[in-house]
Structures are given as structure tokens and as C-alpha cells.
Write a protein that binds this ligand. Structure first.
Ligand SMILES: [Zn+2]
Length: 468
């Protein structure tokens, strides 16, 4: 983004959050010349009096700096009018954009729900092709001091700025953990079947919360945990149920138990321990598989698949020698206590036939054994599925390079998803063991296949945006 100077005018709106009002001056900002600076807020509704002004500005400008509130997708105006306009003009090359979601300082912490929601959005949409910088309210306040701010429709003084960034190492560096079990066939051991899971989770949530209150509330009003937005309304009868549940849990546990650590026992402690178990089973087995096995415990999946992205960009074996990748995420839930939407003994599978129909057939034939017979739920693999599961875990970073993948999820959601209550006492261990045996057997089949799984599906663009 070049330096730019432009006259500006400001459009006012009111925000529901007092902190935000103070931080963002109650104003929408748009310039009148070829460059524009636009503030869009989640409270906007298509049809609001000044939406046409924003649209007109965006239609006329050639370079835009967009300041958006982090929950901007709640706005029907942004979703239905502004975003399509921006994306179309950006795709046509007639508008250059820097997209800056503004977050309260506390909300920019990696792992905060707002930060994550933003990351997922940019990763999963065409916006990934635009420069995006998340700015804190204090940074924005210094760019736009009150002296340059005006009321709705009033032209303000010129503003100028420079957009750039500095790369600096993170405070908490992490590593992928990689292990190889050499194959037994001299001709095939130069090829690898990769098995992966992610070793990170979402960290510390901030203010401690009561473990049992979270579970009681979610059981009644937020069944998918953090995958459900916080409910706007909880009815009186729901509150009665929630309070009764909390009381009984507190009685059983001797009162509230405060916690601020999101342990991630299922997400993805379960996948990481299964990878260890599978490695041990193969290492101790009578006969090693023909191909070598490549185990990767990925870092920073929750931050945006960074560990898997790094490994697939810089693999420790030649990328072409990886014949398939099997990813495991959330493998320990989905028993009766979680009331899985697709029934007991169901398992979610994604990607099974996207790159290699042969790999999908192998997974199905192993599942045909009497001891497995999972009901494979493929609904999350459908193109355009709103859960964006295909783009949301490490396997995608392999698939984008044309490596066939299988992505298994034992429970896509449950009340403890991304909550402090994702703890090991809620893992269904018999189910986890069954799932682990199944993935072990699928791995063995692929590793012993005389030829590498045939790639007959469309290869994604490794540098493009992920398309569900
Ligand atoms: Zn996960």
C-alpha cells in the first residue's frame, strides 16, 4: 500500500459496545477522492441511511483502506452489499485493498475467539488474497486522532499514512515433532505414508470461568461449544434448566471449580496420543509395512495451520515421496454422552475421494470389517459446506500440494469444543481405541499397497485460497 493522502469525510454511527464507541469515535470514515478509507461496523444493516454513501465511495475509489469491526460478518450490509462489491472489484483488478479489522487490545491475543474468527474468515475466503493487518484500538486511535474526525457527511482535513509491517519472532516459538519408521521393502521404503495430528490448542482464555457452569450452560444453550456463537437470547425455561444443572454439578463437586486453561484433551490431545499409539503398534509389530511411515505432530494448527503449512512447504523428506496423509483431529468424543448428530458409531471423514478415489475405497474397505463398520458421515466434505471443515485442519496443507489425504474427526462438535472443559475425563476411551485401530489398519493398507494411491482428482493451487 503506497503512502496516500486524501481529503476525507466521516459518517457517524453508534455502536452497541461502549468500549468500541470510545475507541472508534462513533464514526465511519470515507474519503471523497480516488483513495478511500472506509469504516464498516457489525451494526450496519442494508438499508441504513448512509450505506449508499459507503457503497458509492467504494465504487469510485481505486485504493481502499478498510477498517472493519472484528465481528463484521454480523452485518447484513457488509455481507450482502459491501463484501461482494469489494471482492468483485478486487478480482477485476480495479481496486487495491488493505483490510484492517480493528480489535480491542485484549482481542488481538492469539487464541482469543475474535482473533480466531477473523483468521478463519481470511483463510477461507478470497480475502486471503488481500493484505490483512489486525490493528488494535490504541494503534487506530493514534492514526486517527480526534482532531481529524468529523460527523456524518462532513468533509474533514487530509489524512496521510503509510502501511507496512515488521517481521519479528514470536515470544513462544514452537516446533513440529517429526518421526520416521522405516519401511521393510527396499523398493518402497523411499515412499512415506504420513500420519498427523496437532499438538497445540487455544491456550489460556483470560478470566477464569467455572468448569461446571460452562458445561451446564452449553448443554442447554450452546451444544457445539465455541462453534456456536454465544446465544443472543436464553429463555426463562432454559435458565431454569441451566441453574438446576449447575446446582447439581456444584453439589457433586463441592462448589465452583475455576479454570482458565483450555486443555484440549480431545482437540487434539486425542489425535496426538493416537499417533503415538499407532507408531508404537507398528514399531512393535511382527512385520513392518512396506513403505515408511512419517509421523508429524504439527504445531500451531489452531493459529491457522502454521505447523502443517511450514512442514509441507519445507518437508524433511521429498514432498513427492509422501503418497498419502492421514490427519486425526478430535478423535476421543462422539459417544452417547455427546449425542452425535449422525448417530452412535458415526465418524466424520473429509477428503477421502477429493484427490484419490482409490484412497477413499481403501478407507471404505477397511471400514467394512465387522469390528469397525463406522457410519461414515461425509456431509462436512460437501463443496460449500458452511462448517469449512475441508479448510480447517492440517491435512489441507498437504492436499494443496496434490497429496491425497484422509481427514478423520470422531466428533465434530460437543459442548466442550474449545472450552476449558475439554478435559480427559470426558474422553470416550473404548471409542478412541476402536478409532485408533481403524486408522492403524487403514495406514497399513496404504503402506503395503503395491503402487502409490492413484491421484485422479483435481489438485488445488498450492498458493491459492482453500475452497470448501
Ligand atoms: Zn483440532
Amino acid at each position: 500500500m503506497p503512502d496516500s493522502t486524501a481529503p476525507s469525510f466521516f459518517v457517524s454511527y453508534s455502536h452497541h459496545d461502549a468500549d468500541w464507541r470510545a475507541a472508534l469515535f462513533d464514526r465511519c470514515i470515507a474519503t471523497t477522492s480516488g483513495d478511500c478509507l472506509v469504516w464498516s461496523d457489525a451494526q450496519l444493516r442494508a438499508g441504513d441511511a448512509w450505506c449508499p454513501q459507503i457503497e458509492a465511495q467504494l465504487a469510485a475509489c481505486s485504493v481502499a483502506v478498510l477498517l472493519v469491526s472484528p465481528n463484521f460478518l454480523a452485518s447484513s450490509f457488509i455481507r450482502e452489499r459491501e463484501l461482494p462489491l469489494i471482492l468483485a472489484r478486487a478480482a477485476a483488478g480495479t481496486l487495491r485493498i488493505v483490510w484492517i479489522p480493528i480489535a480491542l487490545d485484549r482481542d488481538t491475543l492469539p487464541g482469543s475467539p475474535l482473533f480466531r474468527r477473523n483468521l478463519l474468515f481470511y483463510r477461507d475466503t478470497a480475502l486471503v488474497t488481500m493484505p490483512v493487518a489486525i490493528a488494535t484500538q490504541s494503534a487506530i486511535a493514534s492514526f486517527f486522532p480526534p482532531s481529524v474526525v468529523r460527523r456524518i457527511g462532513v468533509e474533514g482535513p487530509a489524512v496521510s499514512g503509510h502501511f507496512g509491517y515488521v517481521e519479528s519472532p514470536t515470544n513462544a516459538p514452537v516446533r513440529n515433532v517429526v518421526a520416521v519408521l522405516p519401511g521393510s521393502d527396499p523398493k518402497l521404503r523411499g515412499q512415506y505414508v504420513a500420519i498427523g495430528a496437532h499438538a497445540d490448542h487455544v491456550g489460556i482464555i483470560g478470566d477464569p470461568v467455572d468448569h461446571d457452569s460452562i458445561r451446564a450452560f452449553n448443554a442447554v444453550a450452546r451444544p457445539r461449544g465455541a462453534d456456536d456463537p454465544p446465544p443472543r437470547q436464553v429463555t426463562d425455561s432454559q435458565w431454569i434448566l441451566i441453574r438446576a444443572l449447575i446446582d447439581s454439578l456444584h453439589r457433586a463437586h463441592g462448589g465452583p471449580r475455576l479454570d482458565s486453561i483450555a486443555n484440549g484433551a480431545d482437540d487434539d490431545g486425542s489425535g496426538t496420543v493416537l499417533a503415538l499409539e499407532i507408531a508404537e503398534a507398528f514399531a512393535k509389530g511382527k512385520r513392518r509395512p512396506a513403505r515408511s511411515l512419517l509421523f508429524v505432530w504439527h504445531a500451531a494448527e489452531e493459529q491457522g495451520l502454521y505447523g502443517a503449512q511450514y512442514f509441507s512447504d519445507h518437508p524433511t523428506v521429498s514432498r513427492d515421496s509422501i503418497v498419502a496423509q492421514i490427519n486425526m483431529d478430535q478423535m476421543g468424543r462422539g459417544g452417547a454422552e455427546d449425542a452425535p448428530p449422525d448417530g452412535l458409531n458415526s465418524m466424520v471423514v473429509l477428503g477421502a475421494r477429493r484427490l484419490s478415489s482409490e484412497l477413499g475405497r481403501i478407507a471404505d474397505s477397511v471400514n467394512g470389517q465387522p469390528r469397525y463398520q463406522f457410519h461414515m458421515d461425509r456431509s462436512f466434505d460437501q463443496p460449500g459446506d458452511p462448517s469449512h471443515g475441508w479448510c480447517r485442519s492440517d491435512h489441507y496443507m498437504y492436499a494443496r500440494y496434490g497429496i491425497p489425504v484422509l481427514f478423520f474427526v470422531s466428533a465434530v462438535w460437543y459442548i466442550d469444543y474449545h472450552m476449558v472443559s475439554d478435559e480427559p475425563q470426558y474422553i470416550n476411551y473404548p471409542r478412541l481405541a476402536k478409532v485408533g485401530n481403524y486408522i492403524h489398519d487403514v495406514t497399513a493398507q496404504v503402506a503395503n499397497l503395491p503402487h502409490r494411491p492413484v491421484v485422479d482428482g483435481a489438485r488445488p493451487d498450492p498458493r491459492g485460497a482453500c475452497i470448501q
